[in-house]
Write a new protein. Sequence first.
Length: 202
Amino acid sequence: MDMIIRGLIAGAVVGIPLGMAASVTVQNTIKYGFRKAIVTGFASSVAYFIFACISALIVALLGHYIVDVKTPIFIAGGAILIVNGLFTIFRKDKDFEVDNSSESNFMNFVIGFMVGFSRPIIILEFVCMYIYCGIEYLTFREAEWLLAGTYISVFAWWVIVGLAIKLFNRKKEIRNMNAYNRIFGAVILIVGVFIIVMEKIV
């Protein structure tokens, strides 16, 4: 059970919905409702899960070596989060001029998966978080629990986003992703700074 908690932590940090996948989810929630949005979130979660599996394999095979150079890895991982956070905060999205929503569950799944799978940098982020959570090696059973926790946490983000948009869009006031980007960009930025600062202190 310890591994599933570490997976939940890693997924909560790396799995924050951003970019086109988040935009599609928001648009689907506004136009077609929560259920359609979840399809996109599920698909993106599957893509992230594949990256998490690759990351877990890297840790299982190279964890002992990675721990010896964990400081530069943490700094690199934290820097990636900081840059990603800043980019997200200052990204200016126009109103939803391009309609990325769809009534087709299949198309929503394909779009969500392809967008999620277009960010291989997530592999490094997962490796960084797994090592940061104190994982130096993995047995097959431990990997199962770790990945289960990771997937649950990543998918939970999409459920939370879908429910939040459904709740706050009752007056149909959401027209773009700017407020969303500032909130989640700030969260990512803070996590990146925290990782680097704590590594320097320790």
